[in-house]
Write a protein that binds this ligand. Structure first.
Ligand SMILES: O=P(O)(O)OC[C@H](O)CO
Length: 191
């Protein structure tokens, strides 16, 4: 393993993650979304509508995928670290005062390359879990449905990755995502 190539891959992943497209989009529209809402797809949906939310989410997914592709090209052993770094960049962005999103979209983008099968099945299960969650637990937990679905998806993806591969990148990225989610929860909710 080339340590230098691995370090470059991780640094590039962090810088890519730091491009928080919800913040960039809102600044192009004349303000900073973080003054009113979260910079992820949900916050952008609430502030700017569906088209903006889809666009921002797509770019946040793409940077996650790009980070893994770069790591694969530079040093394949660095992939789990690159996944953690791209999520960390999104959550604690160098370019935006280290205040970003929760990491769901970049983690999904990264896993689309690093562990596609576990990701796709897990996302389907996570989305199915939204309906009972909204009815039964959301009022108590005060956690929005998408972060809840992401938590369910991570557990399912972990179980599947033991058979299909991708456990290390999944755990690395989900660990950073979970850290941020706990931080946001303690502040009063994840958007
Ligand atoms: O975790 P993020 O920042 O990609 O945001 C995704 C969704 O907005 C969470 O509700």
């Amino acid at each position: 393993m080339s340590v230098l190539s691995a370090l470059i891959a991780v640094l590039l992943a962090y810088l890519l993650g730091s491009l928080v497209f919800g913040v960039i989009f809102s600044r192009l529209r004349g303000r900073d979304i973080r003054d009113a809402d979260a910079p992820g797809g949900s916050g952008v949906y609430r502030q700017y509508g569906a088209l903006a939310a889809v666009t921002v989410t797509l770019f946040d997914l793409l940077k996650g995928a790009a980070a893994v592709l770069l790591a694969l090209a530079l040093e394949p052993a660095s992939v789990p670290w690159a996944v953690a770094a791209v999520v960390a960049g999104h959550n604690y962005p160098l370019f935006f005062r280290f205040e970003g999103g929760a990491g769901i979209a970049p983690l999904m983008g990264a896993l689309l390359v690093a562990a596609p099968l576990p990701l796709l099945v897990a996302v389907a299960v996570g989305l199915l879990a939204i309906v009972p969650y909204r009815r039964l637990w959301q009022a108590t937990l005060k956690l929005n449905a998408i972060p809840f679905a992401a938590a369910v998806a991570v557990l399912v993806a972990f179980a599947l990755s033991l058979k299909w591969g991708g456990t290390a990148p999944l755990l690395a990225g989900a660990g950073v995502m979970a850290l941020r989610s706990l931080q946001l929860l303690r502040r009063g909710g994840v958007a």
